[in-house]
Each structure stands twice: as structure tokens, then as C-alpha cells.
Design a protein around this ligand. Structure first.
Ligand SMILES: *Cc1c(COP(=O)(O)O)cnc(C)c1O
Length: 381
């Protein structure tokens, strides 16, 4: 936060609107022009945005939605909210993203055995590095599924010259504005699309399924007091207070991406190759570096390094536990960890190191020096 963020929020507090009003529209317009999408709907979280995306793509009970095995649970929960069935695709150990190759194999195998293929695929740009979208997009055309990009990590990233959010290779892109993400509104998210019919549906579902547009109405329009509820929608609105913060933060997005990339470069130059596997940087992509994930040699080493950094006050983390490992998903009894060898391997060895625009070189040196202490050199607790 800087003083311009604070001032932007204060200005709304003394204005005419508090909840969704002119600031929300203004923030949506700025976001649309920033990433090159035609339509933006700001909502109260990325979780809500994912839910609305699934609904707008017609996901209903009995449908199949696929996502990556390694993500925050919200990527999969959105499909369950619609009564759909969820299945996972294994990741690629170089990018930590969904493996386009595993996706293709899984799709072909389903068709060969006469089983249904997904209606919607939710891909996640893990840590801010875009997925192999051209490959996934061509599979979508061949197998007839829609694509939602869960770009909660990836505002400001670029894939093959195309800005994440432009929806060049998807139906809908979702961003999160949770405080840990690239920019924040406190809580918040957005759905971006280039398709007017999807946009209209998302707009309505954000606010109870209600329309005030005469052209959308089913019954005769009796007068200007009148509105109609056409769908069972929700209250997923963002407030003007939050939108003002988001708009102010968005102005500094490029600077945030730049600084996070400088931190990633620092780790790249200063962490030792023989101690951690560093994230692969792809020529055709610019990562937003929401996370900096390294792989330790083995799970035992990860645990020791994790505890050692935490006991020194360094807030490392593990992103993420494979979704199918959570009790809620395990209870469904239909996921077998053996089907996801790369996700299992990743989960046993991954460690997210501190990365944020304001991190100092001395803090980075401290992280690197603790990581470089030989395992077994220090007694934990
Ligand atoms: C943070 C996150 C979400 C949820 O975002 P909220 O805005 O907190 O609802 C969804 N998917 C991924 C991949 C995330 O990292």
C-alpha cells in the first residue's frame, strides 16, 4: 500500500456510492484495457469468479470438469458448486502447470474407452507462469471443451506475446485480488471474456440473476420501477471502496511484476544448483512470479529446510497440497494418487520462497544462506 492507495479509498468513503457503483465500472474498464479483454466483471473473490464462470459455461449436475492436480482448492470447488464431477490432470515437473501431454493422453484414452470428456477445463497458471495455452486450446477445439484460465497468480504475465486476461486461448479468464496476489482489493476477483453472451450471463449472476435491461426481459415492461430475476444468481458484488483500491494498485502492476522478476533473477543467480531445482524460465513467457517455487532433493530435505527457515522467522510455504489429497476429496473415493506421479513428486519436494516487491537484498541473502547450510548441520528445535 502507498499513500495513493489510501487516498483512493478515502475519496470513495466520502462519495455518494459505497458498494458497486461508478468505481467498479471504472476499475473494470481499466482492467479490460490493461490486459486487452473486451468484457470484465469485477466480483468479490476469484472463488466467486470461478463459480460464475462455470455457470456461464453451462456446467450443471452430471457434467465433467477437469483441472490440474496442483492448485488451491478453489480451482476445483467451483465445479462442485455447480453439482459437476471433478477430475484432475497431472502436472508437468518443469513448469508445475497442468501437463498438456497428460491432458491429451487422458482425453484420447477417455474417447477410446467410450467415457465422457470434460465440458470445461480449468487451467491454472501456477506461480504466475502461463500454461502451454496453444496446445490446450487446440485440444479444446478437437474434444469440444471450454477453457477457463484460473489466472489468480498471473495478472501481468505474458504468453507468446499475448497478455494473460486477453482470453486469446480461452473462454474466460479469472483473476484474484486477495492480498497475497499480484494486486489487491482486500478481497476481490474478476471474470474476463471476449464473448458478449458469457459476459451478460456473468453480469446477471453477480447480482441475484436480476436484469434491468428491457431487451433481456421476459414479461411486458410496465414502468421504470420494474426489474426481473431471470436466473438464480448471487450477491457476488465488489464494493466501490474495494474497486478504488484495485484501480490504484493496477497502476503499479508493471512495477510489481518488474520487482518480482528482479527477485526471481536474484534467486536464480544466488541459489545453488546442487541444492535446489529452480523454476524453469520459458523463452516465450513472462511470469508474474506470484510465487517462487523451488524443488528440494527429497521430501526429507524439504521438511528440514522448511522448519529451519520458519524457525528463523522466514515465512516459506508449500503451494500446494494436491487437491485430491484433501479429506473432502479423498472421501469421494475416486482419486488415486498413483494416477498423478508428477503431482506427488512435486508435493513431496516443493517449497515457496519469499517473493514480494519490497523484499530487500539482505533479506534475500538471509534466505539463501539458511538454504545453503548443510542438512543435518543444525538441530531443529
Ligand atoms: C487465491 C486463489 C484462488 C482464490 O482466490 P480468492 O480471491 O481468495 O477467492 C483461486 N485459485 C487460485 C489458483 C488461487 O491461488
Amino acid at each position: 500500500m502507498d499513500s495513493t492507495d489510501v487516498q483512493a479509498v478515502m475519496d470513495v468513503l466520502v462519495s455518494e456510492y459505497l458498494t458497486q457503483g461508478p468505481m467498479v465500472s471504472s476499475f473494470e474498464a481499466d482492467l479490460a484495457s490493461k490486459v486487452g479483454a473486451r468484457y470484465v466483471t469485477a466480483v468479490n473473490s476469484a472463488t466467486s469468479a470461478l463459480h460464475l464462470s462455470c455457470l456461464a459455461l453451462g456446467v450443471k449436475p452430471g457434467d465433467l470438469v477437469w483441472t490440474t492436480a496442483i492448485s488451491f482448492v478453489a480451482s476445483a470447488n467451483a465445479a462442485l458448486y455447480c453439482g459437476a464431477e471433478v477430475d484432475f490432470v497431472d502436472i508437468d515437473l518443469d513448469s508445475f502447470n497442468i501437463s498438456a501431454q497428460c491432458l491429451e493422453e487422458k482425453l484420447r484414452q477417455r474417447v477410446a474407452t467410450g467415457q465422457p470428456t470434460p465440458k470445461v477445463m480449468i487451467v491454472v497458471h501456477m506461480a504466475g507462469q502461463p500454461c502451454e495455452m496453444k496446445k490446450i486450446y487446440s485440444l479444446a477445439k478437437e474434444f469440444g471443451f471450454s477453457i477457463v484460465e484460473d489466472a489468480s497468480h498471473a495478472l501481468g504475465s505474458v504468453y507468446s506475446g499475448s497478455l494473460t486476461g486477453s482470453c486469446e486461448y480461452s473462454d474466460i479468464t479469472v483473476f484474484s485480488f486477495h492480498p497475497v496476489k499480484m494486486i489487491t482489493t482486500g478481497e476481490g476477483g474478476a471474470c474476463l471474456t471476449n464473448k458478449p453472451e458469457i459476459h451478460a450471463k456473468i453480469q446477471r449472476l453477480r447480482s441475484h440473476g436480476i436484469t434491468r435491461d428491457v431487451n433481456e426481459m421476459e414479461f411486458e415492461y410496465p414502468g421504470s420501477w420494474y426489474y426481473e430475476q431471470l436466473d438464480l444468481g448471487f450477491n457476488y458484488r465488489l464494493s466501490d471502496i474495494q474497486a478504488a483500491l484495485g484501480q490504484s494498485q493496477l497502476k503499479r502492476l508493471d512495477e510489481f511484476v518488474q520487482k518480482r522478476n528482479e527477485v526471481a533473477d536474484w534467486y536464480g543467480e544466488n541459489l545453488r544448483e546442487d541444492q535446489v531445482v529452480k523454476p524453469k524460465i520459458y523463452e516465450d513467457r513472462i511470469s508474474s512470479f506470484h510465487l517462487y517455487v523451488v524443488l528440494l532433493a527429497n521430501s526429507n530435505e524439504r521438511k528440514v529446510t522448511f522448519e529451519r527457515l520458519r524457525s528463523n522467522g522466514i515465512a516459506v510455504n508449500v503451494h500446494y497440497i494436491p487437491i485430491y489429497r484433501h479429506p473432502y476429496y479423498k472421501r469421494m473415493g475416486k482419486y488415486n494418487p498413483l494416477d498423478f506421479p508428477a503431482a506427488e513428486e512435486y508435493y513431496s519436494r516443493c517449497l515457496s520462497l519469499p517473493i514480494f516487491p519490497g523484499i530487500s537484498e539482505s533479506q534475500l541473502k538471509q534466505v539463501a544462506s539458511i538454504i545453503s547450510e548443510p542438512i543435518g548441520h543444525q538441530t531443529i528445535f
